[in-house]
Design a protein around this ligand. Structure first.
Ligand SMILES: Cc1cc2nc3c(=O)[nH]c(=O)nc-3n(C[C@H](O)[C@H](O)[C@H](O)COP(=O)(O)OP(=O)(O)OC[C@H]3O[C@@H](n4cnc5c(N)ncnc54)[C@H](O)[C@@H]3O)c2cc1C
Length: 436
């Protein structure tokens, strides 16, 4: 196990940690040996640090699993794939493609590790599709006492139900088993539109497209919609020419957008004008490409984010409240609001547990204040029974969460069984799970 001694920082640059050691294990056994040492009080795994909450922070030993990466086995006939927990989604997706397989659904970047992504309930969009953790059919976990456990729907089903979205609170996951689907392409249609038109028709939009989402630009009535439909590998349709992909996805969406945000942080008064420019910068386009290439975008402009899942039927109302709040406030927000949806699932701490869900994600440039904006939105979404994304900023604590996260106490009971001394605990987990 190689040791590093550096301060750890997350992608959003709002969380840092001073672990006593950062270790890079090579095997499950090395992690089991480490946990067998009762002298080590706190241990946490970290993925690629893409959570905005301090969920991965520890004052003890931080485990960076990037050496435990790659596919262990894949069966192209059944779609069942075993992978090491530290595999980044980008590498996982490319490796799956070589086997003629794909993840059923993905979020909008591919930099996370598979273990980190499922730990916080990472999701994409699609009325008939669930979050990433729903694709997990088995897990290998090193528990607090150093024992190595394989769990699935038949072997310790409660641990399995809890550990698919584990918040990193139950143990160190070293291997995941995924139920993948045959490789598919996505036909992407991206176009500008008006917020009122989208909201008037929102259920039909979500239900008629496999993966629909839209971005609303504050201080404007304009949106950018993304409609991605699943198509076979051998049908018509071509990827974007490389010059257009670079122009839209690198130059306009990252370089120009980054410069506009830097300007906004120095002169917030220009934000409404900048939002009007941003909302018109990207013109309509249609293309077809491998699913994982269409799902994932490159994001180089750093930001802070809050995302809350609400019952789908409340979307138009909650978004209307947010629009009303922003138009009557003098807050300046140069980042669009992202709106997605997901099918219900049975993963205990999934934000879509047992209900069709809409997701509203709000962002702020990392050099501009976000507290007043985020607090106001959290209050609005809370009225609709909003459940926070575990990896994105929120202020909710255990007493408030247990009213809206139905299986929270079941999760805590599993945690008390497998980690009674809270060796995988930290201040964030004390807040959301209680410290008793
Ligand atoms: C630019 C950007 C875009 C994003 N887009 C989306 C999106 O489209 N959809 C969405 O839902 N979210 C999105 N997120 C949030 C992101 O997917 C989650 O925060 C995710 O958890 C990050 O994965 P990670 O590998 O960086 O994990 P980290 O943030 O490093 O860790 C997250 C948690 O996982 C735990 N963990 C990591 N590895 C292990 C392990 N081996 N065993 C046990 N626990 C472990 C950590 O201890 C921690 O508790 C985005 C974030 C950013 C910064």
């Amino acid at each position: 196990m190689t040791q590093q001694t550096t301060t750890w920082q997350n992608w959003g640059r709002n969380v840092s940690a001073e672990p006593t050691r950062i270790l890079q294990p090579n095997s499950t056994q090395e992690i089991a040996d480490l946990l067998s040492d009762p002298g080590i009080r706190h241990v946490k795994a970290v993925g690629s640090g893409h959570s905005f909450t301090p969920i991965a922070v520890t004052d003890g030993v931080l485990l960076d699993l990037h050496r435990m990466s790659g596919i262990i086995s894949a069966d192209p006939d059944t779609g069942v794939v075993q992978a090491f927990a530290g595999t980044r989604l980008r590498e996982l997706n490319q490796a799956l493609w070589a086997f003629g397989l794909a993840m059923p659904n993905l979020g909008d970047i591919d930099q996370q590790t598979i273990a980190g992504a499922i730990a916080t309930g990472t999701h994409g969009t699609g009325a008939r599709f669930q979050g990433l953790a729903s694709a997990i059919v088995g897990l290998r976990i090193v528990l607090a006492d150093g024992s190595v456990v394989d769990c699935d729907a038949d072997h310790d089903p409660d641990l399995f139900a809890a550990a698919r979205v584990s918040l990193g609170a139950l143990g160190i996951i070293t291997e995941v088993t995924l139920q993948c689907v045959p490789a598919f392409r996505l036909q992407a249609r991206e176009e500008p539109g008006r917020l009122a038109d989208i909201l008037a028709d929102i259920d039909a939009r979500f239900d008629s497209v496999d993966h629909f989402e839209f971005y609303w630009f504050p201080n404007t009535d304009r949106v950018l919609t993304k409609s991605n439909d699943r198509v076979p590998l051998d049908g018509p349709g071509t990827p974007l020419p490389s010059w257009r992909a670079w122009l839209d996805d690198e130059f306009l969406s990252n370089q120009v957008f980054g410069a506009l945000n830097a300007l906004a942080s120095r002169a917030p008064g220009v934000v409404p004008t900048l939002n009007a420019i941003s909302s018109r910068a990207l013109s309509a386009r249609t293309f077809t490409a491998p699913s994982y290439e269409v799902f994932a975008s490159s994001r180089t402009v750093r930001f802070r984010e809050m995302e809350i899942a609400i019952p789908r039927e409340h979307l138009a109302h909650v978004l209307g409240e947010l629009v009303g709040f922003l138009s009557s406030s003098d807050l300046r927000i140069p980042f669009p609001v992202e709106v997605r949806c997901a099918a219900p699932d049975d993963v205990w701490l999934s934000t879509a547990y047992d209900r069709p869900s809409a997701y509203i994600a709000i962002h702020q440039y990392y050099r501009m204040p976000c507290e007043a904006y985020f607090d106001a939105f959290e209050a609005i979404a809370s009225e609709a029974g909003g459940r926070p994304h575990w990896g994105k900023l929120h202020t909710l604590d255990y007493p408030r969460l247990r009213q809206r996260v139905p299986r929270l106490d079941d999760f805590i009971a599993v945690r008390e069984r497998v980690d009674p001394a809270h060796r995988f605990g930290n201040a964030y987990l004390d807040r959301v799970l209680g410290s008793a």
